[in-house]
Design a protein around this ligand. Structure first.
Ligand code: IPE
Length: 275
């Protein structure tokens, strides 16, 4: 156990940030490529925060392509084939996480990588066991946690994908975080997929009055996405808003939006509030 004198951070101030895979990687590039320009700028913005953060990485090109290739997302894929995909997905995600850690370190952000495959198990795609003590102690020690979407052993299906969104929601709830900032490649939730209809309208607030209607409108994202796209994201985030955690979905491709969120300044985004 860490002694109380070493604790430099209190979890009630915790901010969870999800770096969407479509922002930190070139989601359509094959083989997968990190979007270095974007990542470098984000690392600089993260450095503004100054407090330890829980940084969750999406899979983007690194996760989704390999997962799709090995049959994840298709209920008919035999377990043996899923298991064969583990090394590919793990290698890609480890490379992505290392790159993120390196860029953060260059900006003076002290961070440690946690790979869910090493300590999380799933059951039928849902979290079965997710020990969090070491994550908590790392944050308490003033070190940011870099955790990423991953493939994990699944007690029912041999192996399943654990998405960054699910990790962000689980840990934010577990630690009763102050805020959850979900960085995506769009301005928040839109009435339609903007890649299909450029006239899609932005929804600034999801609350009790419009949540069901919005869930019905949003669908899966258009590039290869094995973890459910926007509709799944929103329904997971609605759970958090129920716990009075400030939830924001915003465009992380646009410079300074993350900085302004840290500074409490208004930005174009979708807030989820069920109070
Ligand atoms: C996917 O995580 C993880 C893997 C496919 C290994 P996410 O579903 O959170 O990734 P993005 O942000 O949509 O790319």
């Amino acid at each position: 156990m860490i002694c109380s004198a070493q604790i430099v951070f209190h979890l009630e101030n915790l901010i969870v940030i999800k770096l969407g895979g479509s922002v930190i990687t070139d989601k359509k590039s094959m083989p997968p490529r990190v979007n270095l320009k974007s990542l470098r700028r984000i690392a600089k913005e993260i450095a503004v925060c100054g407090a330890p953060l829980l940084i969750v990485l999406g899979g983007g090109a690194h996760g989704h392509q390999a997962a799709h290739k090995h049959g994840f997302g298709n209920p008919n894929t035999p377990p043996d084939r899923l298991l064969l995909g583990i090394p590919d997905i793990r290698r890609n995600m480890s490379q992505l996480a290392s790159r993120v850690e390196e860029e953060l370190s260059q900006q003076g952000v002290l961070g440690a990588i946690f790979s869910p495959f090493n300590f999380v198990t799933l059951h039928d795609g849902f979290i079965h066991n997710f020990p969090t003590e070491i994550i908590e102690q790392t944050l308490n020690a003033g070190i940011s946690v870099i955790i990423h979407g991953d493939v994990c052993i699944d007690m029912k299906k041999a192996a399943s994908i654990l998405s960054g969104d699910t990790i962000a929601v689980f840990l934010a709830e577990k630690f009763q975080a102050k805020s959850v900032f979900i960085g995506t490649n769009v301005d928040g939730v839109l009435t339609e997929n903007p890649e299909i209809n450029p006239d899609a309208k932005h929804i600034p607030l999801i609350d009790k009055t419009n949540k069901d209607q919005i869930l019905a409108l949003t669908g899966p994202s258009s590039s290869i996405d094995v973890t459910g796209g926007m509709a799944k994201k929103i329904s997971e985030l609605l759970d958090l808003a129920n716990h009075k955690i400030d939830v924001v979905i915003f465009n992380l491709l646009i410079p300074n939006r993350l900085t302004n969120l840290f500074l409490g300044k208004p930005i174009i985004c979708t807030r989820i509030s069920l109070n």
